[in-house]
Design a protein. Sequence first.
Length: 482
Amino acid sequence: MSAAVDAWEAVIGLEVHVQLRTASKMFSGAATAYGAEANCQANVVDVALPGVLPVVNAEAINKAIRFGLAVGGDISADSVFDRKNYFYPDLPKGYQLSQFAQPIVAGGLVHARRADGSLLQVQLTRAHLEEDAGKSIHDAFAGATGVDYNRAGTPLLEVVTEPVLHSAADAVAYLKALHTLVRWLGICDGNMQEGSFRCDANVSVRPRGSDQLGVRSEVKNVNSFRFVEKAISYEIERHIRLCERGEQPVQETRLYDAARDQTRSMRSKEYAEDYRYFPDPDLPPLRLSEAEIAAQREQLPELPQQRYRRYLEELGLSDYDADLLSTERALSDYYEQVAAAAGDAKLAANWVLGEFSAALNSAQLNVEDSPLDSARLGGLLAKLASKEINGKIAKKVFEAMWRSADSAAEAIDRLGLKKIDDSAALAAMVDQLIAQHPEQWAQLQQGQDKLLQFFIGQAMRATRGQADAGVLQGMIRDRLGQ
Ligand code: ADP
Ligand code: MG
């Protein structure tokens, strides 16, 4: 099939529903916390009792603005909430409030990296605010379906790409970058199992070289990176197989069945006109002033791709380290503080990704819950950078600091690991070692230089690593008359 595959180009556009991290819902004051007892977090607005009015959640707006600014999109001074009308039991109002004609964010670019390190820039069409629907529960009652309206009205930012992706791997690289970004901005918890970040994948194929779009299918609500990759791969192959047979794929909505690793048709695709969109008469247009937008701009942190570049270009970190340290905001911020306190960015990177991450892992802790704060770790690394202690001692001190509130200096004192810089004491020890190992000393005098390491090793052992290897070497060479 590979010759046939080469003749076709896959075209993919993704729609991601990013659940915004707000305490209350998009248009009501009900709580959004996940996992509550069914229908305990749905109020009169969420279940559409007559005569109640929606009120826009300002925090959701601010988070959408921050997203738009972070991707370099245009923030609309005027955007409008429309009613998207359809009938479904999990939608008590009979319509979903969504931004159709005038979204809050237009355009924008997401910077992603492929597994091979190359850059992938993905053009966004738009990002718009909308509310989530409730959930149908099919397995709780025999012969009946239950509905849980807790999720109804939860704020979502739907982020839509242009049809510019051409492989399942690129689609996943984009999704991971978007996932990193929304968590970095603190606008979404990113929890995919709980549905806080869900993806619809639109897939079509066309003869390679063509600039027309083929008929697409849309795979709905895939909630893991691995399944997105599999679902898209499956769809690409299915489309190619149809086209090879001279058949036209149909525009439809499909479901991915992970157990069978295949997609199946759910319903034929509805078109925008089926929804009878119109501006919600209960909500005024959303008008944003320059000052409101500027206030959000001021809150933007340095972005992951900016940090990544800075780590590579200014700090000289490896691609691998720069990538790892610019993915999770908490770890990255921790690293920033350690590096500043240590005065050595590369050393700090090695320790944050090495010793520190390993310790977090084995204690099964998040960075935020680390018992060792960044200032203390930075203090330890400053001593290592200035060669006040060596790497071996630093590891012992690290362990002691992990288990206590000691500063580096206190831990070094407490463990009796202070560096021996009393050269009279070291000189006496060197003389003693020479007396204890006359054969080795003779060989060293005859020019067997590797025995230098033997003496330094003995001295290090005798001082539990606290002697300065450079000073020792100088003393031994002195006695050799070198
Ligand atoms: P909807 O699916 O809600 O009707 P759109 O028509 O705006 O909305 O398209 C949604 C997504 O589908 C976008 O990400 C877009 O890039 C993508 N898309 C549209 N046409 C195609 C196509 N022929 N092949 C692949 N993706 C497509
Ligand atoms: Mg769609």
